[in-house]
Design a protein. Structure first.
Length: 299
């Protein structure tokens, strides 16, 4: 099965519309630096794809890749649904862009579904336009349809809620934010996708060790980056994102894994947005990559 990386940026994208930081200014001067919101397209079967997270860039992300285009019939689309790793706005606002469909299949954990229906009132907003077909996402691997060799499962990673869901009556558990495990049952090869990672638990370690490809949260290079950039009042860890560098960073953990390892979900303040930054050399020495928009991973 094939996985297409549709975007690799954190909230706001690179450049962010209201920001003139070095990363955003550099991306305006050098279009090759630009990054769309972090998302994947996953091939469940021939001519059938799922989006992993539905971002505000969804329309452009589909148009960027011919395998996601509609046809040959006027309203036939290869997009079968959306798989959500959390309920954050940057990963769910694109669902509204799918309202022209007869039905929208959404695969999500129970807390994420609750947040979208109760906090965002997604059902009330969209059901006048399209049917919402909810499918559960849990720790057990389940095929993406009877004809699909691809199975998906969730690895809980955080109880962090989106801001709009702070007051909702719902339990705080790891189902609020999950890593997604994708396994091709034909080849046995797998990919672990964790665009947000608040802690590196033993459960996550085991999932990472068993995966052939691991794509993880690269939001911030250092823990104090939000503070030193002047745009935040909390550390990266306090915001629910393990930093790349430092004693508690993820770079050396990734370097110790046997599979291919990559970073995604880069914030606009992350120095890795500059292709010439020396930080890339540090990662290359560890055997760790930075994912690029448009890249393909075959399982």
């Amino acid at each position: 099965m094939r996985v297409r990386v549709l975007g690799t940026a954190a909230g706001g994208g690179v450049p962010q519309w209201n920001c003139a930081c070095p990363g955003c200014s550099g991306a305006r001067a050098h279009p090759g630096w630009r990054r769309r919101h972090a998302s994947l397209a996953v091939q469940a079967a021939e001519g059938r794809w799922y989006l992993v997270n539905a971002t505000p860039d969804l329309g452009d992300q589909v148009e960027d890749h011919p395998e996601l285009h509609p046809g040959p019939e006027p309203r036939r689309t290869p997009l079968a649904g959306v798989i959500l790793t959390d309920a954050e706005l940057d990963h769910t606002l694109g669902i509204a862009r799918l309202r022209e469909a007869d039905g929208i299949e959404i695969v999500a954990t129970a807390p994420v579904r609750h947040a979208l229906l109760t906090g965002l009132h997604l059902g009330e907003v969209l059901t006048p336009y399209a049917r919402l077909d909810w499918r559960p996402l849990g720790p057990e691997d389940r095929p993406l349809g009877e004809d699909s060799p691809l199975a998906i499962g969730a690895v809980p990673v955080s109880a962090k809620r989106p801001r709009y869901a702070a007051g909702l009556d719902a339990p705080d558990d790891g189902g609020w934010v999950v890593a997604l495990r994708l396994t091709d049952r034909t080849t046995g090869r797998s990919l672990l996708y964790a665009p947000a990672l608040a802690a590196w638990s033993d459960t996550f370690q085991r999932a990472a060790e068993s995966a052939d490809h691991v794509i993880v949260d690269g939001t911030f290079w250092s823990d104090d980056e939000p503070l030193s950039s002047g745009f935040g009042s909390r550390t990266a860890t306090a915001m629910g994102h393990l930093p790349i560098d430092g004693p508690d960073g993820t770079a050396r953990r990734l370097a110790a894994l046997e599979g291919r390892t990559l970073y995604t979900h880069l914030n606009n303040t992350n120095p890795l947005n500059d292709p010439a930054a020396p930080h890339h050399t540090e990662l290359r020495k560890l055997g760790v990559e930075v994912a690029a928009d448009g890249m393909v991973i075959d399982l």
